[in-house]
Design a protein around this ligand. Structure first.
Ligand code: ZN
Ligand code: ZN
Length: 152
């Protein structure tokens, strides 16, 4: 969703309250992503074809658990000041891409699904949360033979 800038442009330098909800963009997907809406609250002003924004942003971030890769969604908020160029004759600017990149660069990259997550078996990838007594069986002979062949 674009932020209407007519009011800002009409009164350069004047601080105007911002309270918008930026809707999600379809197809905006990755392992790590902002899901859902971004609620942006604060103020901004226009000066020399630039929109200066100072807002609190609240959203939900989805990412895999740092140990077991289970998808987690967690609320996240960030207070940030940033600028967005206002193209000549534009009556609105899209502030979501800038907001998303700020949110993703500021969030914690090593979130765990729970503090005592056991993670995955390093050999077979089994989820050790589901099977705490997991003991990996010996690799089958076929795999070992292939490994021997490939060894220099
Ligand atoms: Zn986990
Ligand atoms: Zn295993």
């Amino acid at each position: 969703m674009a932020l209407n800038v007519l009011e800002f442009v009409a009164q350069p330098g004047r601080r105007i309250p911002i309270d918008v909800v930026l809707a999600p963009v379809p197809g905006e997907a990755d392992d790590l992503r902002v899901v859902g809406e971004i609620h942006m609250r604060g103020q901004g002003f226009a000066q020399l074809a630039t929109l200066y924004i100072d807002v609190e942003m609240t959203t939900t971030i989805a990412q895999p658990c740092g140990r077991c890769l289970l998808p987690i969604e967690a609320p996240f908020s960030l207070r940030e000041s940033f600028t967005v160029p206002i193209p000549p004759t534009a009556d609105a600017v899209d502030v979501r891409p800038a907001a998303v990149s700020l949110l993703l660069s500021a969030h914690n990259p090593n979130v765990l699904c729970r503090p005592d997550c056991r993670g995955l078996c390093p050999k077979c990838g089994a989820d050790l949360n589901e099977d705490p007594s997991h003991a990996c069986p010996e690799r089958d002979p076929g795999t070992r033979r292939l490994g021997d062949i490939l060894r220099p």
